[in-house]
Design a protein around this ligand. Structure first.
Ligand code: BJW
Ligand code: ZN
Length: 250
């Protein structure tokens, strides 16, 4: 499943970066965004995950987020998430960049995480920016949406289309993509920018770039190695292989 070159590169690697997408949480029962199974009530993510849609119909957008929040509260990390926790212990410098908002990497125990698209568990007022936890939200009888004490609408603290990504996380992500020895793109369709540029940035900077996905994507032809399979199965095997090879080389 893994080439000798990949195992050699990983055994020598000091800095390893992993970018994750919705596919990593699929085996936990969280639907992905694209593809038939990922669509909620036939809406494409672009139709709901944007500020204009929220202002036009906050009730609909909140319905989508409440559906997802309720699901995410019930699910648990899968072997893919746990394998990434192990990888953090193996490499001298290990960084996890995630586009996921579901908190499952944190729940699994990963420590160093750059969340590029926010976190669905946090909420904030669109007017005064005050933060709210889920248990502080009151959905008014009148419009079925939560309002801040200032009167403004409260929204999930996630990054929608057309919005800037958090500056520090974005800057760090590009920085580490440019200096790492190996870069993994896992469970992402690699179509949403600017996250989708990270693996290409890593290739240009000389890293060994590997994709793990249940099907080919738009970057498959550009990466050094593409592993077709479920992340919850491939990542634990990869960890075992690295541990085995490191023991041999001691
Ligand atoms: C498995 C598996 C298993 C399944 N194992 N694998 C340059 C060019 C063109 C457009 C743009 C550009 N720059 C910016 C844009 C616009 C836009 C964009 O990229 N649009 C494209 C879609 C065309 N980007 C933005 O607007 C971004 N902002 C920005 O750039 O700001 C600067 C700016 C401002 C103003 C003007 C211009 C620029 C923001 C993007 C925000 C994305 N937000 C969302 C929603 C987050 C909140 C929420 O969760 O509700 O983020 S959209 C959605 O897509 C979510 C995800 O994080 C993101 C990526 O999806 P992901 O993770 O890849 O999931 P899927 O479903 O696509 O793929 C799953 C994959 O898993 C599949 O490949 C499966 O095969 C695989 N899989 N099971 C392994 N078991
Ligand atoms: Zn407010």
């Amino acid at each position: 499943m893994f080439s000798n070159l990949l195992i050699q590169r990983l055994t020598a690697a000091k800095t390893v970066v992993v970018l994750t997408g919705a596919g990593v949480s699929a085996e936990s029962g969280v639907p992905t965004f694209r593809g038939e199974k990922g669509l909620w009530k036939h809406y494409r993510p672009e139709e709901l995950a944007n500020f204009d849609a929220f202002i036009r119909n906050p009730k609909l957008v909140w319905e989508w987020y409440n559906f997802r929040k309720n699901l995410i509260y019930k699910v648990n990390p899968n072997p893919g998430h746990f394998a990434l926790v192990e990888m953090e212990k193996i490499f001298e410098n290990f960084y996890l960049i995630t586009q996921n908002v579901d908190n499952l990497h944190q729940k699994a125990g990963s420590q160093k995480i750059y969340e590029l698209h926010g976190n669905i568990m946090r909420n904030r007022c669109v007017d005064c920016n005050k933060y709210y936890n889920d248990d502080q939200l009151i959905f008014s009888e009148k419009d079925q949406v939560p309002h801040c004490e200032c009167g403004g609408l409260i929204r999930p603290d996630v990054v929608w289309f057309g919005e800037s990504l958090p500056a520090y996380e974005l800057e760090m992500s590009f920085k580490i993509a440019r200096i790492c020895d190996a870069f993994f793109s896992v469970g992402t369709s690699a179509v949403v920018q600017p996250a989708a540029s990270l693996p290409l940035e890593a290739i240009q900077a000389g890293a060994y770039v590997v994709e793990i996905n249940s099907e080919p994507t738009v970057i498959t032809n550009y990466v050094h190695e593409s592993i077709i399979g479920k992340s919850g199965e491939v990542l634990p095997k990869l960890v075992k292989e690295i541990q085995h090879s490191s023991n041999k080389s001691i």
